[in-house]
Design a protein around this ligand. Structure first.
Ligand SMILES: C[S@@+](CC[C@H](N)C(=O)[O-])C[C@H]1O[C@@H](n2cnc3c(N)ncnc32)[C@H](O)[C@@H]1O
Length: 250
């Protein structure tokens, strides 16, 4: 029975390396171009399906150079999509990319998720990808989200999960260059498990928000099938490496 006993891995803190921000932006963009752009597209399709007939402000927490912001903005022209990031170079890069792509219903702000710069109930939709594991206090960020989210507001926050199977994590790391692999492995170790996040969400009084493995609807998969077939990650189920915190809106 030994093989079935799961080692309990302790979470490590991973601060985003602010010392070398310009380089971090470049490194992260390269990773996005090669691997992550499909995820932004999948998440944006999944979110857009849940937001039929709604309008307002959507905020991406820890937006980085803005891939998800842009994918959301083109699918949801009735929304202003705001990319929020603690790093000025990330926000600047997001602005440049949006300008170059001619996407107008976007804005980028520099701020900390632990202190959101929005009025109470101002935000209709909160999304996030790959950022939660960097946050010092997810409980404080969730309390801030509760404060700024409109009644019946919708949340979709996706991140790595620390309880991802080692074999899959190693397989992905092998596809990356050395620095990317190191960052990826650290991120997995800094990420939360579904159980840990469920406890945090329960304490945050966010209404009907659930924490679950990230899995996309058939409709979303079919819309992205060509990109998925071309992806180096093809055949790997997102649900084994990622979780999502999703709900509200009803
Ligand atoms: C791994 S990147 C993900 C970027 C983007 N969401 C994506 O999927 O391409 C994590 C981002 O979270 C941002 N971040 C980390 N801590 C933050 C905080 N406390 N408040 C706001 N942004 C934060 C970092 O600056 C970085 O851009």
């Amino acid at each position: 029975m030994g093989g079935l006993v799961m080692e309990r891995k302790e979470r490590i803190e991973e601060e985003f390396e602010l010392g070398d921000e310009g380089e971090a932006v470049q490194e992260y963009e390269a990773l996005t171009d090669d691997f992550l752009h499909i995820t932004a597209s999948l998440i944006a399709d999944e979110v857009a399906q849940s937001l039929k007939g709604r309008a307002g402000v959507a905020v991406d927490l820890g937006a980085g150079p803005g891939s998800l912001v842009m994918e959301m903005a083109v699918r949801l022209p009735q929304f202003l999509v705001i990319g929020l990031d603690i790093s000025l170079p990330m926000a600047q890069r997001g602005r440049e990319r949006a300008r170059a792509a001619g996407v107008e219903n976007v804005a980028f702000v520099v701020a900390d998720v632990h202190q959101l710069p929005f009025k109470s109930k101002f935000v209709e939709v909160i999304v996030s990808h790959g950022s939660m594991h960097h946050w010092r206090r997810v409980d404080i960020a969730l309390a801030e989200i509760r404060q700024v989210l409109a009644e019946k507001g919708f949340i979709y926050m996706s991140d790595l999960r620390r309880d991802a199977p080692d074999a899959v994590v190693q397989k992905i790391a092998a596809l990356l260059n050395e620095r990317q692999a190191r960052a990826f492995l650290n991120s997995v170790r800094a990420a939360y498990t579904i159980e840990e996040l469920s406890t945090l969400v329960e304490g945050a009084d966010l209404g009907h928000v659930r924490v679950e493995p990230e899995d996309f609807s058939r409709r979303t998969i079919m819309r992205n099938i060509e990109d998925l077939r071309r992806s180096p990650m093809r055949g790997m189920r997102q649900a084994t490496t990622n979780l999502r915190l999703v709900g509200g809106g009803d």
